[in-house]
Write a protein that binds this ligand. Structure first.
Ligand code: ZN
Length: 63
């Protein structure tokens, strides 16, 4: 399965959810970024810091 991941700020979270849903035809998984190393990760749609990662990976514990 193709893995799709998008980073989004609070403004663009719904856009990211829509795009992941459209690209994967699956319900997206949304995770808040709370790792300090990732706090400076930019949003995929603007220059703000991303606060969410949206992906089609529902369980990161499954390898
Ligand atoms: Zn944004």
């Amino acid at each position: 399965m193709e893995i799709v991941k998008k980073k989004a700020c609070g403004t663009h979270i719904y856009r990211a959810l829509d795009e992941v849903t459209a690209e994967t035809a699956a319900f997206p998984n949304m995770e808040a970024i709370n790792n300090n190393e990732e706090l400076s990760t930019p949003c995929d749609y603007c220059q703000q810091a991303a606060i969410y990662v949206v992906s089609n990976i529902h369980s990161p514990t499954i390898s």
